[in-house]
Write a protein that binds this ligand. Structure first.
Ligand SMILES: NC(=O)c1ccc[n+]([C@@H]2O[C@H](COP(=O)([O-])OP(=O)(O)OC[C@H]3O[C@@H](n4cnc5c(N)ncnc54)[C@H](OP(=O)(O)O)[C@@H]3O)[C@@H](O)[C@H]2O)c1
Length: 272
């Protein structure tokens, strides 16, 4: 496993996304993933699976300290008192004393950003999390957050895959020492039928999804693909035994298109 280092954090470059995984399936997939070598699990309060994630981690029998667990605070919990209580509730559901990374799930205009960041930093100082970061933050919001936060932020988790150009956010992350964590890294499964990725994959004996994930980690990003299928867990982590050439990296980057964004909501910020 490769790691991405950012402001004191050491983040395994491939993690397991868990959105929509629930109950027994969720716990079983996580247990299997850890047994296969995953050391990074991504959940969120709003996924309503923190209990199952905790169960899967424990069932793996790998020491808790070897697994990097991220959760995200939903925007309705951004007022300082509410934030602390909601994080403690997350830890109770996870049955963990701390998480490794705690993120603000989306920017919100309902509570001033500096107040929420103060509470997030306080959660870190209380030992509820080892590291803190943000998600779905634009370049302007990254800069605002880095300036206002009393503790270092270690990442911005954003949608990133070959169909979405994220060079501006990548630049802002690099300038501020933040890791870019790519969500929907295989474009919610859409890369499977991609001819360009499949053709590159044939050269290396890899699948289109593996080429896509390699493209992300080779740029220094972290990727958190999700699968509910145990057989795909190995496929998505076996991306550290080949290199894409400069031309191949450029060919994948050329797949970006203006309508490539898959996740957008009325409450989303104005994207870069
Ligand atoms: N911060 C945020 O706002 C935010 C937003 C979205 C997502 N996320 C996080 O990022 C994680 C990943 O994003 P995502 O779930 O949206 O999408 P994704 O990981 O890009 O794609 C998941 C989809 O791809 C399929 N798949 C998985 N591996 C595959 C492979 N090797 N070949 C072909 N298809 C494959 C899965 O189906 P099967 O289950 O059938 O394999 C599933 O339908 C989430 O689970 C969540 O943890 C965060």
């Amino acid at each position: 496993m490769q790691f991405v280092e950012a402001n004191g954090a050491r983040i395994p470059a491939i993690g397991l996304g868990t959105w929509e995984l629930r109950g027994r399936t969720c716990a079983r997939v996580i247990e299997q993933a850890i047994k296969l070598g995953y050391r990074h699990i991504d959940t969120a309060q709003v996924y309503e699976n923190e209990r199952d994630v905790g169960e899967g981690v424990r069932a793996s029998h790998i020491p808790r300290g070897e697994i990097f667990v991220t959760t995200k605070i939903w925007t309705t919990h951004f007022a300082p008192n509410t934030l602390e209580r909601s994080v403690k509730e997350s830890l109770t559901r996870l049955r963990m004393t701390e998480v490794d990374l705690l993120l603000l799930h989306w920017p919100s205009s309902h509570v001033p950003l500096d107040e929420t960041l103060g509470a997030l930093a306080h959660a870190k100082r209380m030992g509820l999390t080892r590291h803190i970061g943000v998600s779905n933050f634009t370049v302007a919001l990254i800069e605002q957050a880095v300036a206002a936060c009393p503790e270092p932020l270690v990442c911005d988790q954003v949608e990133y895959h070959p169909y979405l150009d994220q060079s501006k956010v990548r630049g802002a992350c690099a300038d501020n020492g933040l890791a870019l964590v790519a969500y929907s890294p295989i474009a919610k499964g859409r890369v499977r039928g991609d001819e360009v990725l499949a053709a590159i994959g044939r050269v290396h004996g890899k699948s289109a999804a593996q080429v896509c994930l390699r493209w992300l980690v080779q740029q220094g990003a972290v990727a958190i693909p999700r699968t509910s299928k145990v057989e795909r867990l190995s496929e998505n982590i076996e991306v550290f035994d080949f290199d894409l050439t400069e031309n191949e990296m450029a060919a994948v980057a050329a797949l970006s298109r203006s309508d490539g964004r898959l996740t957008d909501y009325g409450f989303a910020p104005k994207w870069d």
